[in-house]
Design a binder for this molecule. Structure first.
Ligand code: GTP
Ligand code: MG
Length: 596
């Protein structure tokens, strides 16, 4: 995954996301260069002042004669310093604007990208890892714009302007000082090679820790049920420690190089003292020149010292931006075909499977084998079969969550991949096996797919799904806020709200994946009744484990190991005396089989 090629380099990608703020960014870079060149002001004017004093002393002239020049120099020194402060202030604001703007843009783009991904994406990436990308990693990107790039420009300008100034004063002394610089580059290059991989590892550990925390928090009920708090705490402690240690190790790498860099940086004033001293004695430079060198020597030493820090942060940015770019440039495999047919209206609701076989990309065995059946518009098709036989996988082919490896899935006689995906999915009401409700009111949850519903309509769909009674009994009725994952509701209550949500879009095709498994028999009967008397035409595909649910279906498909082993209506299948009839015996007793 490391060497993945993206359409743009990291910096090219950043540049692209600075759109609209690029001129401001370039102005900010110039600002940085400017306020660093202005660092020369104080040493430069100090040099002139001291030269003035020395000359006056040499020529035994009273300083009062030169007071105009002195005041002029002091005024320039103060004014330019104040100007520098203003530039620094504006520059900080500009970087903040550009970096926040890019952050906003990338964050929005990523969210949109994640939304449009297919099922495979969601089974590949863990939530904690995705969250790390849109939080911590993005912050590293912002930091790169607001701090790292700025520090690079700052260090370069300081170093270059001080060097040029030194060369203008005295070439020989400047050479003695500046010639040490290549050594630093060599050290920093070695450092980069060492620290780069460590930042990658560090970033993985952070994502791992976030994933642990996210799973633990969302799975807190399981933790409590098994009294595994202590275990979870220790597990988190371990990954937290691991993260801290790797962090320390990464920071420590610089410490190995630090003494060399410090030695070189500290050698600079000593060289200046020795060589500069000799030059003064020989009259090659004036006292003012020496002062300027000495006031500016930090401008050569500090950029050297900063190099480690900058490189460290740049490697952090590299690791983080790789992770973001992976999502930024990822494309879902299941997308609209270029010649997809728009279908804004309702579908008839005919669903057809024609020799469909399917295997998950990361799975070892085929899950569905040669599935063929037809659900005519308005029909109810029930799918029954032991756990893991492929029922959920089968129905996921209809809204194109997955695509068959061979065979075709057709709706109204047209292969599903030929439809515009949004049009297709808007016509399918799906109540999934794991119910997920949003942190919203019950009304908000029911009208999630059909936002323009009136309160009466919401109530009607709640009635269809036998939910209106229990909703009325809640203190705030339809305004009751249900928590994340529907905390505060029973399993059967959540299922009924999810059924109402699926019905509320008046789908042409209704798919229920074990949606009444947690409701009592009596309530289920009511739901069955409503489903037979919906006020809109609708083909129903119902996965169920209970005979009471499948009994009234026009067609029952019995699935075993990914194949349809029996199909027909209740009567036929009981008469056939196969798996289904055994199931009827098991669930209803022998007497009922003969009765039905
Ligand atoms: P129940 O819901 O328990 O009644 O089972 P089901 O009939 O709905 O089975 P499902 O279609 O969910 O799974 C069929 C087979 O596919 C099982 O062997 C699963 O292990 C496997 N499977 C399901 N989802 C995935 C997936 O996302 N990736 C992979 N690789 N395998 C999967
Ligand atoms: Mg299932």
């Amino acid at each position: 995954m490391d060497k993945k090629k993206y359409p743009k380099s990291r910096l090219g990608w950043l540049w692209e996301n600075m759109s609209g703020k690029r001129i401001l960014f370039i102005a900010a870079l110039f600002g940085t260069a400017l306020y660093n060149v202005l660092q020369l002001v104080v040493p430069h004017y100090s040099r002139q002042l001291i030269n003035l004093f020395s000359e006056a002393e040499k020529e035994h002239l009273p300083l009062a004669d030169k007071s105009d020049t002195i005041y002029h120099l002091i005024f320039l020194m103060v004014a330019l310093t104040l100007f520098r402060v203003v530039v620094v202030y504006l520059d900080c604001m500009a970087y903040e604007r550009v970096s926040q703007g890019a952050l906003f843009r990338i964050r929005n783009y990523l969210y949109d990208k994640i939304q449009r991904q297919d099922m495979k994406f969601y089974s590949t990436y863990r939530t904690g890892d995705l969250m790390t990308r849109v939080t911590g990693d993005l912050d590293a990107v912002r930091h790169n714009i607001a701090w790292v790039i700025r520090c690079i420009v700052e260090s370069l300008t300081l170093f270059l302007s001080a060097s040029v100034y030194f060369f203008l004063i005295n070439v020989k002394l400047a050479l003695c000082i500046v010639s040490i610089a290549p050594l630093i580059f060599f050290i920093v290059f070695r450092f980069r090679k060492k620290v780069g991989p460590m930042h990658k590892a560090l970033r993985e550990k952070l994502a791992g820790m976030n994933t642990d925390a996210q799973e633990n928090i969302s799975g807190n009920r399981v933790v409590k049920a098994f009294a595994r708090e202590e275990y979870e705490k220790e597990k988190f402690d371990a990954s937290n420690k691991d993260y801290r240690d790797t962090n320390m190790k990464t920071q420590m790498v610089w410490l190995k190089f630090f003494p060399f860099v410090e030695l070189i940086a500290n050698a600079l004033p000593v060289i200046l003292l020795l060589v500069g001293g000799v030059f003064i004695i020989n009259g090659e430079i004036t006292m003012g020149d020496y002062t300027a060198f000495s006031l500016l020597i930090w401008a050569i030493a500090n950029p050297m010292r900063m190099m480690g820090n900058i490189m460290n942060e740049f490697q952090r940015f590299s690791a983080a931006s790789d992770k973001i770019m992976e999502i930024y440039y990822s494309e879902p495999e299941i997308v609209n075909h270029p010649d997809a047919i728009p279908h804004p209206g309702r579908f008839e609701g005919k669903v057809e499977f024609d020799l469909v076989s399917f295997q998950y990309e990361d799975g070892k065995l085929p899950v569905l084998k040669d599935i063929s059946f037809v659900a005519e518009p308005g029909e109810t098709v029930a799918i029954i079969g032991e756990t893991g036989c492929g029922k959920t996988s089968l129905i996921q082919m209809i809204p194109r969550f997955y695509e068959p490896n061979s065979g075709k899935v057709l709706v109204d006689g047209v292969p599903v991949e030929n439809y515009n995906m949004t049009d297709l999915r808007k016509n399918i009401g799906l109540a999934t096996q794991d119910v997920l409700l949003y942190s919203d009111s019950i009304e908000g949850n029911i009208s999630y797919g059909a936002t323009a519903l009136t309160a009466e309509e919401v109530e009607k769909y709640a009635r269809y799904s036998a939910a209106s009674d229990f909703i009325h009994r809640m203190p705030e009725g339809y305004d009751t806020i249900v928590g994340e994952r529907g905390v505060g509701l029973s399993g059967g209550q959540k299922q009924r709200i999810s059924l109402a949500r699926a019905l509320a879009i008046k789908p042409s095709i209704l798919i229920l994946d074990d949606t009444t498994s947690a409701v009592d028999m009596e309530t289920e009967k009511q739901i069955q009744h409503s489903l037979r008397n919906l006020d809109f035409p609708c083909t129903k595909i119902i996965i169920a484990q209970r005979i009471s649910t499948t009994k009234f279906a026009d067609k029952i498909l019995v699935l075993k190991d990914g194949r349809i082993i029996e199909s027909g209506n209740h009567k036929d299948l009981v008469a056939a005396g196969g798996y289904y009839s055994d199931l009827v015996k098991l669930q209803l007793g022998d007497s009922m089989v003969s009765a039905s």
